[in-house]
Design a protein around this ligand. Structure first.
Ligand SMILES: NC(=O)c1ncn([C@@H]2O[C@H](COP(=O)(O)O)[C@@H](O)[C@H]2O)c1NC=O
Length: 506
């Protein structure tokens, strides 16, 4: 156990500091402090020594240099059991500082506020980060409180142990310190790296929410990120790892649609999608696409859920629902099952990059943010063009296939997903799966459209589709054998659009 005799306090946010300062003062600890923090302490009617009087220098360069001085850093870094260090600290009249309390300039908040570069640069804390690192390095003798988040724990310790700390406690606070400093530096790096990418990859999240388990009960899992910005959880049990995957996929898909649309996700793929003039109609037809798979699904829509729609949704067993809002009546209906997770979407902007752990590292790619065509519009590869209603269905189906696991084929008709073939090892198998599924639910494929996430390597898919009554197709194109498919379509009165955009999803 080591008693604190000298403490340096230099914090940006002063909230929560009062009880700590009072306790330190009560136990006779000498407090050293910087400008604003010193005024705060004196405002409490307590005494502290200004860092200026310790160093013999004023705070200069607009606060850029305040604590950066050997009298401060010598006091923190001196090894108390090292005779040479002791000799030098005595020679230069350096006091022992055995507790350091810092709260850094709010760099990330300043960037997030959209501040100009110069304002952001001034919020790069230099002295504070140096204090944190120095104190953490010398944890054998010094305790470091590196941010406001550790105030409560530190206060508990000094209250219970009369301003003394154990080595184990100091080591834990040193870990907090490097957590704070590395996160802070990652944020600064990402700010500097935002335009001209220099190649390194740094991602840092504070905290982490333990999940009940991972993809399966024998796998443990933690989520790092800020779900609160994305949505409000209004009701239900904890969100699971698999729920998160489906929620992510659901948000990606719903964002493709402007008109009232309902999507039902199952294991990362849509099993029901419909666009209709009203949300309740969209729900009805999304469910009709595959009422069997919908059981236990994740639901998402892009309009307020009203009571009528909620009454219908309520008949289904589902895991999660996401919507921009709910009427009070709708919420009352949906909340009748205690485990159901009800989320209100807020700000769905997400990182434009996607990360995935694989092999012994992380692969980073741009999100697939394009749809429709390389330059906006897809182009006809065939003589025949689709009728206006069918063209709408082609665009609709292409949005769904973009978010389906490869190899994927989507069949749609009248603004509704009628079947898909997903995650197949051949495109023909994906098509056959979709056809079989559509038929099993009694859908008539005459006049339906087909979307493919990648080009047709042979002419077989358009031929199979045509034999089922499908006469409009959308696909990226780009196969060396595109002409086989084009010739077949031309010979059989089919329309085929090329987007030039492949949408593999592995
Ligand atoms: N320049 C320095 O030597 C320096 N030393 C400590 N700080 C920071 O100054 C802030 C506290 O300043 P004040 O006590 O004047 O309100 C803290 O966020 C602390 O991390 C510094 N500021 C920036 O680097």
């Amino acid at each position: 156990m080591k008693k604190i005799k000298g403490a340096l306090i230099s914090v940006y946010y002063k909230d929560g500091l009062e009880q700590i300062v009072r306790k330190l003062a009560e136990d006779g600890v000498t407090i050293y402090s910087t400008g604003g923090t010193l005024s705060f302490i004196e405002g409490l009617g307590l005494k502290a020594v200004s860092v200026e009087s310790l160093t013999g220098y004023p705070s200069i360069l607009g606060g850029r240099v305040k604590t950066l001085h050997p009298k401060v850093f010598g006091g923190i870094l001196s090894r108390r059991d090292n005779p040479q260090d002791a000799e030098q600290t005595a020679q230069y009249e350096i006091p022992e500082i055995d507790a350091v309390i810092v709260d850094l300039y709010p760099f990330e908040q300043t960037v997030a506020s959209g501040a100009e570069e110069q304002a952001v640069i001034e919020k790069i804390d230099i002295g504070g980060i140096s204090l944190i690192r120095a104190a953490a390095k010398n944890f054998k003798d010094v305790v470091i409180v590196p941010s406001v988040d550790q105030y409560a724990e530190f206060y508990e310790i000094i209250t219970a142990q009369q301003c003394a700390t154990t080595l184990e406690q100091r080591r834990r606070f040193a870990a907090y310190a490097f957590d704070v400093s590395s996160h802070y530096d990652s944020a600064i790096f990402n700010y500097f790296n935002r335009q001209e990418q220099i190649g390194s990859f740094k991602l840092s999240f504070n905290g982490g929410t333990p999940l009940r388990y991972g993809e399966n009960p024998h796998q443990s899992a933690v989520f790092y990120g800020d779900l609160e910005r994305l949505f409000d959880k209004l009701h239900g049990k904890d969100i699971s790892y698999n729920n998160m995957l489906d929620i992510d996929a659901a948000i990606n898909l719903i964002e493709e649609f402007d008109e009232p649309t309902f999507v039902i996700m199952k294991h990362n793929n849509a099993c029901g999608v419909a666009t209709r003039p009203t949300l309740s109609e969209a729900w009805k037809d999304a469910l009709a696409g595959d009422p069997v798979s919908a059981f236990g699904g994740v639901l998402i829509c892009n309009r307020e859920v009203d009571a009528t729609t909620a009454e219908e949704i309520n008949k289904l067993f589902f895991e999660v629902i996401l919507a921009p809002s709910y009427t009070d009546e709708a919420l009352a209906v949906l909340e009748c099952k205690k485990n159901r997770i009800i989320l209100r979407l807020k700000d769905t902007t997400r990182c434009p990059k996607q990360f995935r752990s694989l092999l012994n590292g992380v692969a980073v790619q741009d999100r697939d943010l394009k749809v429709g065509g390389v330059d906006g519009e897809p182009r006809y590869a065939t003589e025949k063009q689709a009728a206006p209603e069918q063209l709408k269905d082609l665009i609709f189906a292409n949005k769904i296939v973009k978010h389906s696991k490869s190899n994927a084929i989507v069949l749609a008709k009248a603004g509704m997903l009628i079947a898909s073939g997903i995650g197949q090892t051949s495109r023909v198998d994906a098509l056959k799966q979709a056809i079989a599924k559509a038929k099993s639910f009694g859908f008539d494929l005459t006049g339906a459209v087909m979307a493919s996430d990648a080009f047709f390597p042979f002419g077989d898919c358009v031929e199979i589709a045509h034999k089922e009554g499908i006469d409009a197709v959308i696909q990226p194109g780009g196969s060396v054998r595109d002409q086989e498919s084009i010739d077949y379509c031309n010979a059989n009165g089919m329309a085929m659009l090329f987007t030039g955009l492949r949408h593999f999803k592995h």
